[in-house]
Structures are given as structure tokens and as C-alpha cells.
Ligand binder design. Structure first.
Ligand code: NAP
Ligand code: MG
Length: 495
């Protein structure tokens, strides 16, 4: 069992508080994965001070040289891919195939950053006046706080860390309490790759204690947050008061629509992966299945059989389909929603209880659960459950399916299965989500494309690809007048 320490100014240090917390394996609660400092505001202040000091030098390092460090990070991550992925499975439970994918997404994001440093374009534009040129460049802002959730312990931190640092900012990362180890290992990799001290700092601790202090710290210029809508709204409120930039990636209530003409076998593979992959603990997980009436009964029969055949167990075993939930409280929360669904009158066709057989007795396993005859207004059709619970809703036709799909406060991801080209295009037009998949499940984002949601899923920013760099940079507009005389825009141009 490893003892982790905060990373502040390039040094591994204990918390000034002297407190620690344990991180346990959700598949086997007896296994302690690591012990971490439970930091206080003093630790945080030291980390912010270090990041502030490092910022002046780091922002002066040319972009291609910063990106060279990102390339080295990528190389070390590639070498450590299996080690990181196994740690991730032990730390948060998802199956090893998926944690390898999570780590790979981090590697891809690092490689993207390693190229972006050589092509970070600005604009050059004509002036309305003669002998004058205009351009824009992008600059870093300063010290950022990156606050991350537990469901993508490598991918999500890397979505933030790489664009943040490559852009010339410095950062203090506050990882989720359930998954601190992966960020700890990642920070070590940055150190190994030669990142200067203080550019990336990691402070472990609880969101309520450290998180709130971050939001209120005057030297933090921006907060990049991925997590629940509840905490996101709180962050937006505090950042609004002090005019800190903040990017919020929040919850989802994603739907998969299957139209009557669709390839049902393909749609079935999609829903199994979308609803029960990562044990339903993805912001993009499929939580609602909207079936067109003529295929409703047939598809439910197909789905029930396949969902019941999924194997539950320790995700380190290559044959397992579904790992545990991240914690006991998460399992209670999911079971609470199952009770709500029952009371609301939805019909449960499978699941609805914890799974405690054999080696699973010691973990937070929950059977894949399917409710049918769900009405769009029910709470299980409206609220984010964040577990392996699927609500199936019947739609009489395409238009009704689309209106059910959009009938949620969230707007992250949606999937439409059809072979009708016209309906596919119409669906793209009507869908109120930041990500739309045609004939593919609601999960499966690629790191070089914009990622984020509409409505209550966020505040308009997009991570991933080039758009992540827009979050972490400020535009500077430059006018160069080489006429040698005072030229007045809008005034001299009028004849
Ligand atoms: P969460 O409870 O909101 O926590 C996210 C992070 O915020 C954690 O590091 C947490 O620390 C910290 N935090 C808690 N209270 C805080 C406060 N008052 N101020 C500042 N930080 C605070 O979310 P979660 O349970 O980890 O993750 C699940 C949620 O994330 C779901 O709603 C899911 O949809 C969403 N999510 C969204 C996306 C997306 O891109 N749209 C991706 C993944 C997940 P502690 O761990 O110490 O509580
Ligand atoms: Mg939480």
C-alpha cells in the first residue's frame, strides 16, 4: 500500500494538517489502494503560491518547447499504460478494458498537446485603414484550479492539465476523493518528463474543504470543473462574484432513440455498451432508451436476455463485463432511484438489487437494471442516476421520440439508430445535445473533437480538441500602425 503526498513546488510533502485518508478498492473494500494527505487551506495556499511563482517563467517558455514536455509525458504514459490502467481498476472499479481506454485517452490528449504547440494559430486580418495591420494572439491567464471527478481518473484530468499547461498557465489540481491515486501517478510522470517545479501542483482533500477555499482564492484566475450539476452551479456562483473564468462540464440524462427501421442488433450492442459500460457511471451513459412503438416489445425481450447475461465481478479479470459502483453511498443512491421507479409505477424487468455472490460480497456491485413502461415525466426519466439503471420509454413515432429525447434539463449526448438518411439528418437538427451519434451509442468521445453539453450540462465551453485551448487562453488583439501619422478608425474612413 502506497503513501501518497501532495505535490507542491516540485516536492512531495505531507499535509500541514497531519491528517490522511484511505482510498479503497470498490470491488474489494478490504483492499487499501493508497493513503493520501487530507489537506487543509494552508497546504492549498502553499500550492497556489508555488504555481504563482512558477507562472512567470513558464509562460515565457516557447509553445513548441512546452509541447516537447507533453511529448515526453506521452512517452512515459505509453510505457506505463498497463500499470496505470490496473491501478485505475483497483481505485474505481471499472473493467480493465475500459481503464486501458481511459489511459489511452490521456495518451492521445498528450500527443495532441505535443503537436498543438507548433500550430497554435492566431488570426491576421486586414485593417480598414492603410499602412496598418491587425492580428490576434492567445495568451495564458495565470494560475488555474482543475477540479476533477472520479469516473475518468486519468482521461478527465488530462483533458484539463494538457491544454492548461501547454497554454502557459500553471495549475493546482484537486482530484476526486475516490480516485486520487491516478492523478498522483500522472503528476509524477510530469515531473519525470522534466516539467519545471510549481507548474503542476496536486493537493488532495475533500471538495467541501479544499474546493471552497480554491473558489475564493484571489490568485486563482480560473476554475475548470467536471462533476455534478449541483456543485457546478455552486462553482459558477462563486466564480461569478469574483469574475474568475470557469468552465463547467456537468451531468447528463442521455437518451438512445431506436426507430422502427433501425438495425436492431446494432442498436442492442449500442445500448448494452452505453447503459452498462462503466457500470453506468459515465456523464454520457445512456440512461433512457426511447423505442418506436412497432419494435418496443421485441427490442425489450432482446435487451433483457443480453443484460441478464452480463457478468459482474472484479474488473481486473479480463472476462468481466461490469465492475462495481464506486462506493457504498453511490450504491445506496442508485438503489434509492430503483425504489423511486417502482413507486412511480414503472415495470422492472430485470435487476433492482445488489449483487453479492462469491468474490462480489466484498464490493459495491449492483445488477444491471431495466425499467420499462417508463413515462417521460417520471423522476427515473428525468434525473441523472449515474448507475446501471436504464429507463425504457415508448414513442408513437419519430416526432414523439425526438420530443421525449429533448425533454430533460440536460443536454450532453444522444444516439439515434435509423437507416433512414432523411430522419438521421432531421434528428441531428432537432437534438438539443452537445454531442450526437448516429448509429453509435451515447458514449465514445474522441479526444480531438469538442466535448461538452448544452442546457444544464454546462456553461457553453467545450473540452477536447482545439476548443479546450479556448478555455485556457485569453485573446489579445494587436493593431500595428506603420503610417507614421495618427489614423482614426471609423472617422478617417468616412469620405
Ligand atoms: P461531484 O460530487 O460534483 O465532485 C466533482 C469534484 O468536485 C470532486 O473533486 C469533488 O471533491 C469536488 N467538490 C465537491 N464539492 C465541492 C465544492 N463545494 N467546491 C469545489 N469542489 C467541490 O461529482 P462526482 O460525484 O465526482 O462525479 C459525478 C458527476 O460528474 C456526475 O454528475 C457526472 O455526470 C458528472 N460528470 C460530467 C462529465 C462531463 O464532462 N459533462 C464527465 C464526468 C462526470 P470530492 O471528491 O472530495 O467530493
Ligand atoms: Mg461526489
Amino acid at each position: 500500500m502506497k503513501q501518497y503526498k501532495n505535490l507542491i513546488d516540485g516536492k512531495l510533502v505531507d499535509s500541514k494538517s497531519g491528517r490522511t485518508f484511505e482510498n479503497r478498492n470498490p470491488a474489494n473494500w478490504d483492499e487499501v489502494v493508497g493513503v493520501f494527505p487530507k489537506s487543509n487551506v494552508e497546504d492549498l495556499n502553499m500550492a497556489i503560491e508555488a504555481a504563482k511563482k512558477a507562472y512567470k517563467k513558464w509562460r515565457a517558455v516557447p509553445w513548441p518547447m512546452r509541447s516537447e514536455i507533453m511529448r515526453k509525458v506521452a512517452q512515459i504514459m505509453i510505457a506505463k499504460k498497463e500499470e496505470l490502467s490496473q491501478l485505475m481498476t483497483r481505485e474505481m472499479g471499472k473493467v480493465i478494458k475500459e481503464t486501458r481506454g481511459d489511459t489511452q485517452e490521456g495518451i492521445d490528449t498528450a500527443l495532441y498537446a505535443s503537436l498543438e504547440g507548433r500550430k497554435f494559430y492566431g488570426y491576421t486580418l486586414p485593417s480598414e485603414l492603410p499602412n496598418k495591420s491587425c492580428m490576434t494572439i492567445r495568451e495564458p491567464l495565470g494560475v488555474w484550479s482543475l477540479i476533477t471527478p472520479w469516473n475518468f481518473p486519468i482521461a478527465i484530468p488530462t483533458w484539463k492539465i494538457f491544454p492548461c499547461l501547454l497554454s502557459g498557465n500553471t495549475a493546482v489540481v484537486k482530484p476526486a476523493t475516490y480516485t486520487p491515486a491516478c492523478v498522483g501517478e500522472l503528476a509524477q510522470i510530469f515531473k519525470e518528463a522534466g516539467l519545471p517545479d510549481g507548474v503542476l501542483n496536486v493537493v488532495y482533500g475533500s471538495g467541501s474543504e479544499i474546493g471552497e477555499a480554491i473558489l475564493n482564492h484571489p490568485d486563482i484566475v480560473g476554475v475548470s470543473f467536471t462533476g455534478s450539476s449541483e456543485i457546478g452551479k455552486r462553482i459558477g456562483e462563486v466564480c461569478g462574484k469574483t469574475l474568475k473564468r470557469c468552465s463547467l462540464e456537468l451531468g447528463g440524462k442521455n437518451g438512445q432513440v431506436v426507430l422502427k427501421d433501425a438495425n436492431l442488433e446494432l442498436a442492442l450492442e449500442g445500448i448494452l455498451w452505453g447503459a452498462f459500460g462503466t457500470t453506468g457511471q459515465r456523464c454520457t451513459a445512456t440512461s433512457r432508451l426511447i423505442l418506436e412503438a412497432p419494435i418496443y416489445d421485441k427490442f425489450i425481450d432482446m435487451l433483457k436476455a443480453r443484460a441478464e447475461a452480463l457478468t459482474l465481478g472484479n474488473g481486473l479479470n479480463e472476462d468481466i463485463d461490469v465492475g462495481p459502483l464506486v462506493s457504498e453511498s453511490q450504491r445506496e443512491s442508485i438503489h434509492g432511484y430503483v425504489e423511486i421507479g417502482r413507486k412511480e409505477g414503472a415495470r422492472m424487468v430485470t435487476g433492482g438489487e445488489s449483487y453479492k455472490q462469491g468474490e462480489c460480497a466484498n464490493g459495491w456491485f449492483y445488477k444491471p437494471t431495466i425499467f420499462v413502461d417508463v413515462l417521460p415525466t417520471m423522476r427515473i426519466a428525468q434525473e441523472e442516476i449515474f448507475g446501471p439503471v436504464l429507463s425504457v420509454i415508448k414513442a408513437k413515432d419519430f416526432n414523439e421520440a425526438m420530443s421525449i429525447l429533448n425533454n430533460t434539463v440536460y443536454g450532453l449526448s444522444s444516439a439515434i439508430y435509423t437507416n433512414d438518411l432523411n430522419l438521421a439528418h432531421k434528428a441531428i437538427e432537432l437534438t438539443e445535445t452537445g454531442i450526437v451519434y448516429i448509429n453509435a451509442p451515447t458514449i465514445g468521445a474522441e479526444c480531438h473533437l469538442p466535448f461538452g453539453g448544452m442546457k444544464d450540462t454546462g456553461n457553453g465551453h467545450r473540452e477536447g480538441g482545439w476548443t479546450a485551448y479556448e478555455i485556457f487562453t485569453e485573446i489579445k488583439t494587436i493593431y500595428i500602425d506603420y503610417s507614421g501619422s495618427l489614423q482614426k478608425a471609423q472617422i478617417d474612413t468616412q469620405g
